[in-house]
Design a protein around this ligand. Structure first.
Ligand code: HEC
Length: 126
């Protein structure tokens, strides 16, 4: 629970601080390890792990950074610095007919924003 409160507090600071695409308004850069992976772990891995239904259907294995960057059997789902065309963002933001997590509760706006900004900042393994 405290982690969720932390993320919400973080996002509040960010949203009231004004949006500046290029710099670290929230007092830091979005981190793959600390910010992005926990979302994937709790909301995506049940299907996108080796042998999971999502992995079998799409080829997308989200267990590692390398797996995320490799993408599906059809190609990458992350285009660094371009969340508008990255399928990772398109699907969690509800911009396509298919939505992720598949047939499950949507990600919170905070989680969606974290993924968006991580891609915008270059989708680094940081
Ligand atoms: C309940 C299982 C399940 C969960 C949870 C899930 N997925 Fe999926 N995912 C799937 C299935 C099944 C497919 C294949 C869908 C298809 O081809 O229509 C898929 C496909 C995808 C694709 C590839 C779509 C394409 O372009 O072909 C992406 C990207 C994706 N998931 C991201 C995510 C992310 C990010 C999360 C967590 C926020 C997530 N998924 C959670 C089952 C799941």
């Amino acid at each position: 629970m405290s982690k969720i409160k932390y993320i919400i507090a973080f996002l509040l600071v960010f949203s009231f601080g004004g949006v500046n695409e290029s710099s670290a308004d929230w007092g830091g850069v979005v981190s793959y390890q600390e910010d992005v992976y926990p979302i994937i772990h709790f909301r995506c891995l049940s299907c996108h792990k080796t042998g999971g239904t999502g992995e079998e259907a799409s080829g997308l294995n989200l267990e590692t950074y390398e797996g995320l960057m490799k993408g599906t059997k059809h190609g990458p789902v992350v285009v660094p610095r371009n969340p508008l065309v990255s399928n990772l963002n398109v699907l969690v933001e509800g911009r396509a007919a298919v939505r992720m997590p598949h047939n499950k509760k949507r990600l919170t706006p905070c989680d969606v924003e974290i993924l968006h900004r991580w891609v915008q900042q270059g989708a680094r393994n940081n």
